[in-house]
Ligand binder design. Sequence first.
Ligand code: FES
Length: 250
Amino acid sequence: MDQTLTIDGIDLSPPAAGRLLPPGAFTSPAVFDVEMRRIFARSWVHVADLAELRAPGDFVTATIGATPVVIVHGHDGVVRGFVNACRHRGATVAEGRGNCGHQLRCPYHAWSYGTDGRLIGLPSREEFRGCDLDAMSLVAIRTATAGPMVFGCLDAAAPPFEVWGGELVAALERARGAEMELAFEYTYDVEVNWKVYVENGLEGYHVAIVHDVLNDFVETKSARHFFEPWASYTHAFIKPDWGIHLSGVR
Ligand code: FES
């Protein structure tokens, strides 16, 4: 099969063993744009954690590729995902995370959507007599959960999450992942192309040098790497005496 691919004059053919993609693959806006549409918009992406969505009305915003989405715990108990764009003129409906009560209210002209995504209110309704308002629900996206994580997918043709997730789903079940609580969270802005960060996660060669704390609490020799058709994972055991310390971290 011919795997030649050139974008923005950059040869993106799979490199020979031991070789890297050309530098432009990591800096070209045109390559990045194609990646957002052809990779992320067709993939299942981690968009929220169940710990953030415990109560009806809890919501979390995220992006899948370049598309903003919002994940909401409905008042019927169902966690759903929607494109985070108002059906009126496309304004962003929800910002950040929090609890929206019984409705997500667009800040532009105050169209309101129930936690199931249905349009439930709008000012000057009589002005819209010619519109099919029943068809103006927020656009739903696919969602799935694995352990403590919620994934979203924009592409109806992507494989079911149970297939796409591969070993991850079984590994989180074995680890009783659905019972996990978020102990602490750090957010970093890392000014690199996403591929640099992913590649960093694919090798443990640097761990002993860079992450001395990890050496303290992870059984590095227990690490297992899985390379699957749609994703790759690494899991390792935490040393038993570190469970106590981590449970107290905030
Ligand atoms: S764009 Fe949301 S109400 Fe107008």
